[in-house]
Design a protein around this ligand. Sequence first.
Ligand code: GN1
Ligand code: MG
Length: 376
Amino acid sequence: MSGIDSKISELLAAYDFSGEFAGETAINDGHINGTYAFTFLLPGGKEKKYLVQQINTGVFKDPIGLMENFVSVCEYLRNEVTANGGDPERECLTVYPTREGKPYYIDGEGGFWRCVNFVNNAYTVQVIDNPETFRKSALAFGKFQLMLAEYPIENLKETIPNFHNTVSRFADFKKAVDNNLSGRADTCRDEIAFALAREKDCGRLVDMIERGELPLRVTHNDTKLNNVMFDNETGEGICVVDLDTVMPGLSLYDFGDSIRFGASTAAEDEKNLDKVHFSLDYFKAYTEGFLAAAGRALTSNEKRNLAFASKLMTLECGMRFLGDYLNGDTYFKTDYPEHNLVRCRTQFRLVKEMEEAMDKMNETVEKICEELGIGI
Ligand code: GN1
Ligand code: MG
């Protein structure tokens, strides 16, 4: 992707921004797209911000289809938020059209851009330091799932096919090991063996889908903690962002991916593994929030697999990081050569600790279901 500096004048001409351009700041929360806050000065001295994003078209191969999903989901959520008496400027995203009336802008070099509202007076969290924040993120993701429960699933394109199909993720991983395009396989034999030993886990949910035992729902599919914006004043999770992978999926994917990222005592790329632990307390807090918000809509099979899905999503993400390391870092943004390997190691540490805690995790889910009176 090309840098932002050379694109600013083109973007300023493409969109009907209000006020006088005062500068841009990169927002480095994500590993895929390029995200920037553009600030404008309004007459009278007030500021207005917009969120401008360059879509990674190496990852999202059909960006126009992606934007069709995105616009439609945003409009649907806007109606839901408004109907619930919420503030759509802060509780959902709105796509700003270009001067030509398109929901995206393609620059002179083929770069693909979009612009949405900037959620003011809000912040993101990278590592959980208290269970309450994690519970609040769970309420936000649970509510998000409920708001989309009636969205016509057949309207959604798969923006990345087989995104959480762990059988196909495992096959991709094996291919990365066999091809060893980077020549790095010898530097990560233990990690490769760790993943290969868990092939059986990869089929469990996919098999259940095939047998009709788990319902496909409209899901977010990238429920990282930093994809929730928290209100500066109340600390509540007010807006779920990063809607590029809203697709048919399992509620278990959303639950599991949140646990993967948030129920860890350290950052996803912590180098010192002594600091990386799975926290049962954080798991409990998230489960309480998620089940309080969305639990009544879940089937028994879903509830019974929440703990397993947490491990599976963590294993999947670790395999993806390791596969990318073996392929030569072509997918995730990296800051240094071993970055993907470091990320893989934190994920596998968490997988190991979740395996040890699996009985306790399942007991925790059962107990919370009981307390909420929703059965399991
Ligand atoms: C990517 O863009 P971001 O950072 O929210 C990735 C997720 C991974 C995550 C790992 C489209 O999400 O699937 O779980 O990194 N998104 C895509 O941190 O591949
Ligand atoms: Mg993100």
